[in-house]
Design a protein around this ligand. Sequence first.
Ligand code: AMP
Ligand code: ZN
Ligand code: ZN
Length: 400
Amino acid sequence: MRRLFFSLIMGACTLMAADAEQPLVILVSIDGGRWDYPEKHDAPFLQKIAGDGARVERLTPSFPTKTFPNHYTLVTGLRPESHGIINNKFYDEEFDAWFGIGNHPAAREGRWWGGEPIWLTAQRQGLRSACMFWPGAEADILGQYPDEWRRYDGKMRESDRVAQVLEWTGRPAEKRPHMITLYFEAVDSKGHRFGPDAVETKLAFHHIDDVLEDLADGLRKQGLWDKAHLIFTADHGMTFKDPTQVVALADYIDPESFAIVTLGATGGLSAEPERIPEILAALAKAPHLRAFERSAVPTRLHFSANERIPDIVLIPDAGWRVMLHSPTAGMGSKDRGDHGYDNREPDMGALFIAHGPKIPAGQALSVTDNIHVYNLLCALLGIEPAPNEGDDTLLQILAP
Ligand code: AMP
Ligand code: ZN
Ligand code: ZN
């Protein structure tokens, strides 16, 4: 009897020890959540969490400052030219196929996605992962999916997404995921339509702030708030766009001399090699636009070393967009916000707040690149990172 009691106690201790040692990291993306939104849009929960943890003044996204490239940079530590998701839309000559977002089937094929995302790094080292949406989470990258994932559905209510995360964290320790992603698009959507300063964007940010507080309350009820590490971040920011500010390519170059890959806040053209010099010379005359041959994109943008990058890369000034023709008066998009621009534009900067037992309160870091987030996730999970382009910059927020 005494031996049985002893072994029961030992068993319980081992379980408790395992529970205490189990890492729990939740990576939250508020798409289009600009670095200054918590104050600008009065978000009490995020402001409080920032004070109780660490805040990066502004997280610099990778170029182009678009959703898919940057979400995948956050979870791989690789820049878009290295992980291969070089934009939301691009063409791959070897595959003779297009990649796209939304409901595009390519986004679910592992062959497009380079590097090793955090959910696979975790699984390879014996941990469990679950993705409540994240670009790449639906693809068989390196032949493997996250242990749990949901097919992207932009209409799924934010509260249901939080409820799914809490269902995962509420599981017994031996079944609980260690690495969880959580994604929200509402702030980006309102930012595009109404602009970063609009009341609609403010309300969307408030709403996300509220559901994140519900997440924290749920974790508290599960006794996990003091054990969990949470990172609240974003893929890029948002800047005001005047819909009349258009660089019309056809005003400068013959539309027959190139093919369009993408237009908008960043653009890409493909052209025969012999036509490229004349196209670049003509576009050099276009105000509010910089045009580069792929090999000549400024080094700081790290946007040359991948065949998927279009022959000509177009970077309009913030607030402008590249189109083929100027829209006729009264027609065209009325959107008041955009992103995709040069990552040096302060408005492209993303928010970054980290909270948890290993992160002492009240830390403020200056501007930091988003390639460093992956190494922080690995450190919080206690696992070895896969080769990546980040360093230990963000590890300085951890208690010694
Ligand atoms: P962007 O055009 O760069 O502003 O992209 C934002 C949009 O990406 C969102 O509004 C969604 O429509 C889409 N999106 C975000 N995450 C996913 C996902 N995991 N799968 C498919 N589409 C997504
Ligand atoms: Zn985005
Ligand atoms: Zn967007």
